[in-house]
Design a protein around this ligand. Sequence first.
Ligand SMILES: [Zn+2]
Length: 337
Amino acid sequence: MAVYDALEALRHSTPRPLQRWFDPLMLAERIAFVGATGGHFASMVSMQRLRQLNPVMTQNLRCISILQSSSALLDELNAFAPTVIATYPSVAALLADVATQGLLHFAPREIWTGGETVSLAVRRRVEQVLGCSVHNSYGASEFMSIGWECSHRHLHVNTDWLILEPVDQQGRAVPAGQPSFSTLLTNLANHVQPLIRYDLGDQVTMHPECCECGSTLPVIEVQGRSDDSLVMVGRDGQPLTVLPLALTTVLEEEARVFDFQLRQQSKQSLVLRLDLHGAEAAPAVARCRSTLEKFALMQGLAPIRVTVELGHAIPRGHSGKLQRVVAQPRRTGRWCR
Ligand SMILES: [Zn+2]
């Protein structure tokens, strides 16, 4: 964890270098981590470790759970009024939506995203609506700081602390400039639980050219997780956005299923596909149903209907990465694009 923190501290470029020069420990900032809290998750452990090491940071570093309803999440954020938010692109997009409704009562100066693919469209919208800079990174629980973004907005890989190998479907090396099918990670920092050529499932393109920023660390482009946010309906009849990471977290942590796909069928119904068969599936189905219904209640959703489809091989996309939360396709008008 110390190696990961040092990499973050030294390599993260900042849009406000002067501010960081005078305040290297960011003591003048209020930093909110908005993600899955309460479990032994890598980002959460990192935040709690920083708070323990630097008691001064206890006041200005807060972890906010995405498992609560979006209105409770918003209340907590508005009360804390963070200047920096570290979160997932789907949460950043939700905050931009909320801001356009005039419900965000503070103006963050920086948003750090990671954990999911951030599209250029989402990035631009967040920057425009919130008037802040978005800073992206690439990491995984298996290595928290795989890549960092330079001032030229390129992702550089920390190849002095890890080995990243883009491979094709047969596990053969993919040359620079071509998108891979998957990526193998070897962690050179973790001597407690060695990870050697661990398959991350992410599609990456390693670029052969050097970056103009002057860093000699290689530049990559990543097509990682890209689950959808679901627009459902609240008990008051209003649309309510449900974050994909909240759904996958409760299914993993509470229902204890890991191979699944959740498809939205309508504003109030979901289809859960599981690769399980017969009698052995019954307890898992019961756990999934009660977990999702409890989650919906907690989120303030109108009652939902959950249909479970068993015995489905879970389809994987082009990159081999499974999209686990799929929104209902949007109906567009004939002339709309
Ligand atoms: Zn660069």
